[in-house]
Design a protein around this ligand. Structure first.
Ligand code: NDP
Length: 256
């Protein structure tokens, strides 16, 4: 039924060429969404767009480094013109990390992680707001992390940036409910993507992660994208302001 379809709706998914963003683009496209995405590698983006076209998906995309204010403005202009000034779904997916002890972080480290993870997301919400409102039925999904819920040793800047996203989720859910815009957040635990490839190559590290995870394995990107799509469906119309972990039970596991 139409409660379980997104046919005819539109979405912007940041960072769709790899990992969780790539899975979200495909998941939404499968539900009938016209998707717009971006990344910083034009060649990889073109290859993805070609593959999606071959699969029969409606996906557009352009180069954008979301850490740049002017490029964010240009991106939203392109999205507005692609979708006639309306947008149903904004998936704030891009995120980066740099792992160091706190006192070793430089001003540049701090600025890079905060600009990419938080400033970009905050500004994209501001820019997308008129489009989301104009659609009559808007949904924002943030990708934070279990690092925003509990210490996982992933670095304090990352944790703080993701925790800010969690609170942004709750506040926007309340502020924009009157505009028929919902806001929810998905918090993944270790998921097989290029972001954490270098960590997952370390067998001891993986074993430690798995030992803390009731479902004894690392997550897959499509196990995160399924929740993102669910949160955008009409079936989720009364769900807003929520932070949901996709973590194999990790955050439920106080002691083992
Ligand atoms: P990946 O690094 O595998 O993929 C990131 C995607 O975003 C790529 O398409 C990348 O393309 C694009 N991207 C990165 N930086 C920018 C930028 N500045 N502007 C535009 N596009 C950009 O990451 P994941 O899929 O693992 O992560 C997605 C989200 O999930 C992040 O917010 C991350 O913090 C979060 N997360 C991931 C976890 C994991 O274990 N993987 C766990 C918890 C949270 P390009 O580099 O070419 O620009």
């Amino acid at each position: 039924s139409s409660r379980w379809s997104l046919n005819g709706t539109t979405a912007l998914v940041t960072g769709g060429t790899r990992g969780i963003g790539h899975a979200v683009v495909e998941e939404l496209a499968e539900f009938g969404v016209s998707v717009y995405t971006c990344s910083r590698n034009q060649e990889e983006l073109n290859a993805c767009l070609k593959q999606w076209k071959e699969k029969g998906f409606s996906v557009h995309g352009s180069f954008c480094d979301v850490s740049s204010r002017t490029q964010r403005e240009k991106l939203i202009e392109q999205v507005a013109s692609a979708f006639n000034g309306k947008l149903n779904i904004l998936v704030n997916n891009v995120g980066t990390n740099s792992r160091k002890p706190t006192i070793e972080y430089t001003v540049e480290d701090y600025s890079k992680v905060m600009t990419t993870n938080l400033d970009s997301v905050y500004h994209l919400c501001q820019l997308a707001y008129p489009l989301l409102r104009a659609s009559g039925n808007g949904s924002i999904v943030f990708i934070s992390s279990v690092a925003a819920l509990t210490n996982i040793g992933s670095g304090t800047i990352y944790a703080a940036s993701k925790a800010a996203i969690n609170q942004l989720t709750k506040n926007l859910a309340c502020e924009w409910a009157k505009d028929n815009i919902r806001a929810n957040c998905v918090a993944p635990w270790y998921t097989k993507t290029s972001l954490v490839e270098h960590l997952l190559e370390n067998k001891d590290f993986v074993n430690e992660v798995i030992s803390r995870t009731p479902i004894k394995r690392i997550g897959e990107a499509h196990e995160v994208s399924s929740l993102v799509a669910f949160l955008c469906l009409p079936a989720a119309s009364y769900i807003t302001g929520q932070i949901i972990a996709v973590d194999g039970g990790f955050t439920a596991n106080g002691f083992e």
